[in-house]
Design a protein around this ligand. Structure first.
Ligand SMILES: [Zn+2]
Length: 70
């Protein structure tokens, strides 16, 4: 009954009280889906390509376009 390469991905998801599906782990955008990043508290780290994602950078904030004006 053992299939090679199959992962229990459902364990990496969690349903909140709102009924939303939350990803407990994060995929590496460089390596692609399947490569999870380690949670280091304030950031995610990929042990394969050493890519780091800061959680603070995830917050969507409106960036004023005038900053790039020249
Ligand atoms: Zn990676």
């Amino acid at each position: 009954m053992v299939r090679g390469g199959t992962r229990p991905l459902y364990k990496l998801y969690e349903v909140t009280q709102d009924g939303k599906l939350v990803r407990k782990s994060r995929f590496c955008p460089v390596c692609g889906e399947g490569y999870f990043m380690a949670d280091h508290g304030d950031r995610y780290y990929c042990g394969r390509c050493h890519h780091t994602i800061f959680k603070t950078a995830e917050a969507p904030k409106p960036s004023p376009a005038r900053a790039r004006r020249r």
